[in-house]
Each structure stands twice: as structure tokens, then as C-alpha cells.
Design a protein around this ligand. Structure first.
Ligand code: SF4
Length: 187
């Protein structure tokens, strides 16, 4: 049992059942201190990503790197979900991102209702919930559903998932099959 939050083993078992029932059976637990947070990730967002400043759930509208580190330290457990995207049609890929993101936000709600009151999902890069993003967190059309990506929280996803033995590689074409990862923070 986590003495501060009161979460016990049966709650964790319930959570794992929910993951499987909702179609997210490929996951691994990771201690939050093992999640690699790095300044260079923020730099790559700022100089190199077309979403920077154009998405309401991306940097610079997320937290500063030092605050990201503090955020991860506040949790006792985290889950990394591995998702495989194989569709090479651009519109279908966006549809997959949108539909999967909505399911994952619902999964976060179920974790909350299962007793993990700090449950927080970090979705895949950018936010694809709307056809056109307002680009402003304060003007977000779905503020209760939008979530930052791990990268938007300065997570070095490559280094982190490799610790778990998960596959990840640099894609040279946007239509290539992709290993995508989302993080659920709980305790
Ligand atoms: S929910 Fe819509 S408006 Fe809000 S960040 Fe995502 S795409 Fe942008």
C-alpha cells in the first residue's frame, strides 16, 4: 500500500484489469524516477517541431523542465503503454490518433474512479482531438480532454522505453509503421 495515497494491491490489480478490458494490454510499469527528463527535449520542441506554439497541449504551454521534474517526482508509479500504428494513410493515421486519444483519456478517468486520484495521462505527440487546433490552451475546444505528450513534458521517450526493453526507432517517412508510447501517472 502507498501510505500517502492509500492505494493498495487490489486497486492496482483492478487497474490492470481495466487496461486489458479497454484494449491496452501491452503495458509495463515503471518507477517515475526512471523516467528520463531532459532539457534537450524541450530544445528539440522549440527548434525543430512544427507543433511548437501551435498546439494547445504542447510546449511552451506545458511546464518548464524543472517543473516537469517536480511533477514526475510527485508520483509513486507510472505505466507505459505501447501502441503500434501501422496504417500508412495520413487521414486514417489522424483518425487513429484521435480515437485512441479519446479512449486513453477515458482510461485515465477510470483510473481516477478506481481510487487513483492523481491519475494523469500523457498522450502521444501533439494533440489531434480537433481538426484544427486553436493553438492556445486558454482557447482549447476540449480542455477537459487535451493532454500533453511525454515529450511535451520534457521526457526522453527513447531512453525511457529502452529501459523497459520496448522497441523504438527513428522514422524516415511519416507513413511508416510506428511504435508509439503513452504514459499514465498514478499512485
Ligand atoms: S483539444 Fe483541440 S483545441 Fe485543445 S489542444 Fe487539442 S487540438 Fe487543440
Amino acid at each position: 500500500m502507498d501510505l500517502e495515497t492509500g492505494s493498495d494491491k487490489s486497486q492496482y490489480a483492478t487497474l490492470e484489469t481495466i487496461f486489458g478490458d479497454d484494449g491496452f494490454a501491452d503495458f509495463k510499469w515503471i518507477a517515475p524516477w526512471q523516467i528520463v527528463v531532459a532539457q534537450w527535449v524541450w530544445m528539440k520542441c522549440m527548434f525543430g517541431c512544427s507543433n511548437y506554439g501551435r498546439k494547445g497541449a504542447c510546449s511552451p504551454q506545458t511546464l518548464a523542465v524543472s517543473d516537469c521534474e517536480r511533477f514526475f517526482r510527485e508520483y509513486s508509479d507510472a505505466v507505459v503503454f505501447h501502441l503500434r500504428l501501422q496504417n500508412d494513410d495520413p487521414e486514417e493515421r489522424i483518425r487513429w490518433y484521435r480515437e485512441t486519444a479519446l479512449k486513453l483519456v477515458e482510461l485515465e478517468r477510470k483510473a481516477f474512479l478506481a481510487g487513483f486520484k492523481r491519475a494523469c495521462m500523457l498522450l502521444f505527440g501533439g494533440c489531434y482531438l480537433c481538426h484544427e487546433c486553436t493553438g492556445e490552451r486558454s482557447l482549447c475546444k476540449l480542455p477537459e480532454k487535451a493532454r500533453p505528450a511525454p515529450e511535451g513534458m520534457a521526457v526522453d521517450v527513447f531512453s525511457t522505453v529502452k529501459k523497459l526493453g520496448y522497441p523504438i526507432s527513428v522514422l524516415t517517412e511519416s507513413t511508416q509503421a510506428a511504435d508509439r508510447y503513452v504514459f499514465l501517472m498514478v499512485d
